[in-house]
Design a binder for this molecule. Structure first.
Ligand SMILES: Nc1ncnc2c1ncn2[C@@H]1O[C@H](COP(=O)(O)OP(=O)(O)OP(=O)(O)O)[C@@H](O)[C@H]1O
Length: 264
């Protein structure tokens, strides 16, 4: 673990970010001060138990929910409102039912009044890379959950965001589709190199996809450990059976066991 969980100059830097919700039924301390960094082009995962403040952290980073205290700096600028040029994917894909796949992916280009020809080529290329190039004219209801989520990822990446936020994007998918999505996302990241924060409940997914894993305690969430994942990339799924991978997963599991989050 780095002494202060921070790099010299990470692209994203959270310093002492904390959050207390003021609700009518009383205050909810959701996040204790959290500090870590995300280097440019890296994927950092936040893994932690339900209710530990992971989504809160993501919303603070997106600038759509203010922190109670602390500082978020993105590319040298402290954020004070919604972060421009950000891509976001939630557990629910939020595709528009009446638009076909290509038109769903093109939505951010329309909103930004971008050059439609150029962005359409990028949309088609992204969808092909994601394995849904043959489904451009299909409506969302005609697609499986995994295919819908691929379209949602293409939409989030279309405008080349400087930051990609993934809030448990694969947790509604079956285990095999989830594995497949992990491989696809990793392959895409090999050339997109977009700075990414991934929120997940899955230790294996976090270790497989990430350059760094932030391990959170139960609510109020605090950082239990920040682990740099030095496994070579690209990683085949079979890496999960290798001792180095298993050792990292075990280290994270033991932290949760020690906290009483997982039964020992
Ligand atoms: N707007 C709100 N007002 C009051 N409390 C809130 C609000 N949003 C979240 N909370 C509380 O803050 C805590 C953290 O919520 P959050 O959704 O960030 O957790 P999470 O780790 O993402 O959970 P999960 O893994 O189950 O999605 C929870 O106890 C939740 O009930």
């Amino acid at each position: 673990m780095r002494p202060d969980h921070l790099d010299e100059t990470p692209f994203v830097k959270l310093s002492g970010v904390h959050k207390t919700y003021e609700a009518e039924t009383g205050n909810v301390r959701a996040l204790d001060p959290v500090s870590f960094g995300i280097d440019r082009g890296h994927i950092v995962s936040v893994v932690g138990p339900s209710g530990c403040g992971k989504s809160t952290l993501l919303r603070i980073l997106a600038g759509i929910d203010p922190a109670t205290g602390g500082q978020v700096v993105i590319d040298g600028q402290e954020i004070s409102g919604p972060v421009p040029n950000m891509g976001i994917v939630f557990q629910r894909d939020l595709l528009l039912d009446w638009r076909n796949v290509l038109d769903n992916v093109m939505l951010p280009a329309e909103l930004a009044r971008a050059n439609m020809d150029e962005t359409r080529s990028r949309a088609v290329a992204l969808l092909s890379e994601l394995g849904v190039g043959d489904f451009l004219n299909r409506l969302p209801f005609e697609l499986s959950g995994g295919m819908r989520q691929r379209a949602a990822i293409a939409r989030a990446l279309l405008m080349r965001p400087s930051l990609l936020l993934l809030d448990e994007p694969f947790s509604a998918l079956d285990a095999m589709t989830r594995d497949q999505m992990n491989v696809i996302l990793q392959r895409l990241q090999q050339h997109e190199r977009v700075t990414t924060l991934l929120i997940t409940h899955s230790i294996a997914e976090a270790v497989f996809l990430s350059d760094r894993v932030v391990v959170m305690s139960a609510r109020p969430g605090r950082v239990l450990d920040v682990i740099d994942i030095d496994l070579p990339t690209p990683r085949p799924l079979s890496i999960r059976e290798e001792p180095a991978f298993a050792a990292i997963a075990r280290r994270i599991r033991l932290l949760f066991e020690k906290e009483g989050v997982l039964a020992a």
